[in-house]
Every structure is written in structure tokens, then in C-alpha cells.
Design a protein. Structure first.
Length: 181
């Protein structure tokens, strides 16, 4: 998503295991592999909690579901992506296709960037979940002035550190509830 989908310190270390950002002069393509120390069900629950994303992802000021269908959701988000002194305000409306329990794909319907598409694949990994993330962005003229490989790496790290932090928080609640019962 630029997940332009909260507390980044909730995850003690970056969840990123590998990240590759390529740029061909117009399009940025990000491929990242991350790890969340929670089960796939908790990871899915957090990644699809679109109404509450702004509570734990620092660059999202507002996230609201505009439409829910059987296997898709249309979401509008507003926020400010920034690294250092460089920032970019954004608004995006995305159609998100859900393939429970392990695949999410998005396409921007309208927004501040010319094109945004992403996909997430969740896979079991030991006692946790591997998150494979692919993002394709064609920036607008304005966004092109601030966007770079470093900018995108920072944004992905910040967003997914916050997202995995929320996964860990919810996973701990789930474990505590299981111990009570």
C-alpha cells in the first residue's frame, strides 16, 4: 500500500528483512520481505483494519472505508509522508481486493500520485508471519520532486514498523485472553 495505510516504537526493531527499490525514470518498484512475530490471523486482522489505520501508522491522518463488498473494500486515506525536512501531503482512494487469509492487492482509483498498485502476501514463517510486499508507484510531477529510493525505503520501514508494532500489541492481547480462559 504506500500503505498509505500507532506507535512505531512498539516494534523493537525494523521488521524489514530485505528491501529493493528500483527506479526506471518514471516508475518506482519496491519489493520487500518483512517478518512479524505473530500468527497469520493477527497479521491479517491488522492489515485489513482500514477504519483504524490512522491510530497506529504515523503518516496516515485519516482512513475511512467508503464501500465494502464481498471480497473488496474501497478506502480513502489522507496523510503526510515525510523524511527529514522533505514531506509530501497525499490523498488516495484505493480499491483493495481481499483473498483471505493471505493475499491483499490494491489499486489507486484516484489520488495524489499518477499510479499506485500494491500487493501483500502472508506466509507462515516459524512462529510468525513472513510479509511479502510489492509496491509500484508512478509519482505525480509534485511527488517526483520529493520521491527517491531513500524516501520510499524510509516510508516502508516507518509504516511497517508501526503496523508490525500493532500486530505485536494485538497478539499479546490475544495471548493474554487465551490464558484467562
Amino acid at each position: 500500500m504506500l500503505v498509505l495505510i500507532g506507535n512505531a516504537s512498539a516494534a523493537a526493531e525494523s521488521p524489514i528483512r530485505s528491501i529493493d527499490v528500483a527506479y526506471d525514470g518514471e516508475t518506482y518498484v519496491v519489493n520487500a520481505v518483512m517478518y512479524a512475530p505473530v500468527g497469520q490471523a493477527v497479521a491479517w486482522e491488522v492489515l485489513t483494519d482500514f477504519d483504524h489505520v490512522a491510530q497506529w501508522v504515523p503518516n496516515v491522518a485519516e482512513s475511512k472505508v467508503l464501500k465494502r463488498e464481498e471480497t473488496s473494500v474501497t478506502v480513502q486515506q489522507r496523510g503526510l509522508a515525510k523524511v527529514g525536512a522533505v514531506s509530501f501531503p497525499y490523498i488516495t482512494e484505493r480499491r483493495i481486493e481481499l483473498k483471505p487469509p493471505n493475499a491483499i492487492s490494491t489499486v489507486q482509483l484516484k489520488g495524489s500520485l499518477r499510479r499506485v498498485e500494491s500487493s501483500i502476501l502472508l506466509e507462515p514463517d516459524g512462529k510468525g508471519t513472513r510479509i511479502r510486499y510489492r509496491l509500484t508507484i508512478v509519482p505525480s510531477v509534485l511527488a517526483r520532486t520529493v520521491m527517491s529510493e531513500r524516501f520510499l525505503e524510509h516510508e516502508i520501514d516507518e509504516q511497517f514498523s508501526a503496523i508490525v508494532g500493532e500486530m505485536v500489541r494485538r497478539g499479546a492481547i490475544t495471548e493474554a485472553e487465551a490464558e484467562v480462559h
